[in-house]
Design a protein around this ligand. Structure first.
Ligand code: PEP
Length: 252
């Protein structure tokens, strides 16, 4: 069976005290509940990462970064390398979020370098893909996602795919309140799985966890997650509220 995952993406929210306080409340909540049967990850700003592994130890929660540098080390002012992230005990990193692609002009070649560095440094990668509204309206969303995966991810050797999770996030649904319908999500997830199968074969495709992201909330999560190729979610806004995030984890 494929691993189910719910990953929260805090984006650029919460100072050190707020973030660690919120993480502590998640720990308390999940420790009082039976095991969720899914991996639960919180992807936080860099400032929280050094303290989180200690806070999350003896829990089922894992931590992740939201980005890493595209170079290994050296004179890159302001950057944080994959090795530095891993040195904190952090296990995951999000690569290719649409906000990075749009605001920081990160292209597929650059994201491929980041993915390579993350895996070389023993981080697991949540690799994001997804089309903008105009691309869906022009019915080129399949081509767009295919190119993002082929150029960003599919140069990896088969053995490394076990450390990769794909997140399909239609950009028109991120933070907008618009959600892909469960059928739209299923259709794209099944397409992504078929691309993975073409490239790596049936077993790797069947084992690949594919998350949906885009205005996922307690009221729509269960229906989206009920689709056979949707293995959980990457959650932005709703990951900042304990009750909402907990309800989404419950739904998976
Ligand atoms: C995201 O940032 O990955 C995301 C899905 O955001 P939201 O849930 O707020 O749409």
């Amino acid at each position: 069976m494929r691993k189910k995952i719910v990953a929260g993406n805090w984006k650029m929210n919460m100072n050190l005290k707020e973030g660690l306080g919120f993480a502590a409340s998640l720990v308390k909540y999940f420790n009082e509940k039976p095991s969720p049967g899914a991996e639960v990850i919180i992807c936080t700003p860099f400032i929280h990462l050094a303290a989180l592994p200690e806070l999350l130890k003896n829990t089922e929660l894992k931590s992740g970064a939201q980005n890493c540098a595209s170079e290994a080390s050296g004179a890159f002012t302001g950057e944080v390398s994959a090795a530095m992230i891993r040195s904190t005990g952090t296990q995951y990193v999000i690569i290719g979020h649409s906000e990075r692609r749009t605001y920081y002009h990160e292209n597929n070649a650059l994201l491929n370098r980041k993915t390579r560095l993350a895996l070389d440094n023993d981080l697991k990668v949540i690799f994001c893909c997804g089309e903008v509204k105009e691309e869906r309206e022009a019915a080129i969303h399949h081509e767009v996602v295919k190119r993002q995966l082929e150029e960003g991810l599919f140069s990896l050797p088969a053995g490394e795919l076990k450390n990769v999770v794909i997140a399909y996030e239609p950009v028109w649904a991120i933070g907008t309140g618009l959600t892909a319908t469960p059928d739209q999500a299923q259709e794209m997830h099944s397409y992504i799985r078929s691309l993975t199968e073409e490239k790596y074969g049936k077993d790797i495709a069947a084992a690949m966890t594919i998350l949906y992201g885009g205005s996922c909330k307690p009221s729509n999560a269960a229906e989206i997650f009920s689709k056979p190729d949707v293995d959980g979610g990457l959650i932005g806004g709703a990951s900042l509220k304990l009750e909402d995030f907990a309800a989404i984890v419950e739904a998976v």
